[in-house]
Design a binder for this molecule. Structure first.
Ligand code: DGY
Length: 324
């Protein structure tokens, strides 16, 4: 008999095919994630769970699933929606999809940086609204990249990939990452500095840290005030790293120049949120890893983790677990 698994959404076919070949799979059919009661119901008795960042996987879910649950496989690199401590306490391994989304996410961070610096969305709207009447010497002026300073908070895989792109645009690169050595930073032409120095000196600040208790609210009323009034904040990491109310205040009062966000708190951002009415805020719907190749690889890795877990083998792409 094949092991039973619950897959919380249709994932790209490459991964789904693999899951179906090895498991008896219950696949949530809707575009929206299962509501909490449905999630608790559908995990009952499964051997494996393949989930997305939209599901909160906590003690309640693990209890609802039951003691036979052998693996949690998330189709994402970030796992802040999963209670790792609770999973570790039950000896349940958690899998994720590191590496394959590095370049796509760095591309998006850079696309947002360029779009905000050169006011691309504002400019496109200006044309669409029929406001383009002439070439004007002072119309829609933006910021130069060449010679400016980019501050990268979190110099892991994605932060380094952003730094490699930045070198091609002649940006000076500062980085803040307590876990990174000066040599590793130098390998991507970045210089490690304190968070305060990075915020004070950077023209662009881009976030690439995981969401942890240490990074939650890292960009807040106080830290925003350290930034230049012309600075642009880019977030492709996790919404709660930024205190969003403080960001609205900073963008409306000229404490910083602009923000470009792929992630918000909450997600999706409510359509009437004040950020959406600000011309200096650019928001896209968490699409950092949304390229065809990347999502195929993520689906494959998630399927591989799921299958290894239900078969009792070590996961090929495990999340480092906290001590239980
Ligand atoms: C991740 O993988 O953590 C992204 O946020 C979604 O691709």
């Amino acid at each position: 008999m094949k092991p039973k698994v619950f897959v919380t959404r249709a994932i790209p076919e490459a991964g789904l095919k693999l899951v179906k070949a090895h498991c008896e799979a219950d696949i949530w059919p809707d575009e929206l994630p299962p509501a909490r009661p449905a999630l608790l119901e559908r995990v009952r008795g499964v051997d494996g769970l393949l989930c997305l960042i939209t599901e909160r996987i906590d003690v309640e879910v693990l209890d609802a699933a039951g003691p036979q649950l052998k693996v949690i496989s998330q189709m994402a690199v970030g796992v802040d929606n999963i209670d790792l401590q609770a999973a570790a306490a039950r000896g349940i391994p958690v899998g994720h999809t590191p590496g394959v989304l590095t370049e796509a996410t760095a591309d998006l961070a850079f696309a947002l940086l360029l779009a905000a610096a050169r006011r691309i969305v504002e400019a496109a709207d200006y044309v669409r609204r029929g406001q383009w009447r002439t070439w004007g010497a002072t119309i829609l002026l933006g910021a130069d990249l060449s010679g400016a300073t980019l501050g990268i908070i979190g110099l892991g895989r994605i932060g380094k990939a952003v730094a490699r792109r930045a070198a091609g645009f002649d940006l000076r690169i500062l980085a803040h990452d307590p876990g990174c050595t000066p040599e590793a930073a130098a390998s991507v032409n970045a210089r490690l500095v304190s968070l305060e120095d990075l915020l004070r000196e950077s023209d662009f600040v881009t976030l690439h840290t995981p969401l942890t208790e240490r990074t939650r609210g890292l960009i807040n009323r106080d830290t925003l005030r350290l930034m230049k009034p012309t600075a642009i904040l880019i977030n492709t990491a996790r919404g709660p790293i930024v205190d969003q109310a403080a960001l609205v205040e900073a963008l409306t009062t000229g404490i910083i120049g602009a923000a470009a966000l792929d992630v918000t708190d909450p997600e999706p951002i409510p359509p009437d949120h004040p950020l959406l009415s600000l011309p200096n805020a650019l928001i896209v719907p968490h699409i950092g890893s949304a390229s065809v190749w990347t999502r195929d690889q993520m689906a494959l890795m998630a399927a591989e983790n799921l299958i290894a877990g239900v078969q009792g083998r070590p996961l090929p792409h495990p999340v480092p677990m906290p001590p239980s």
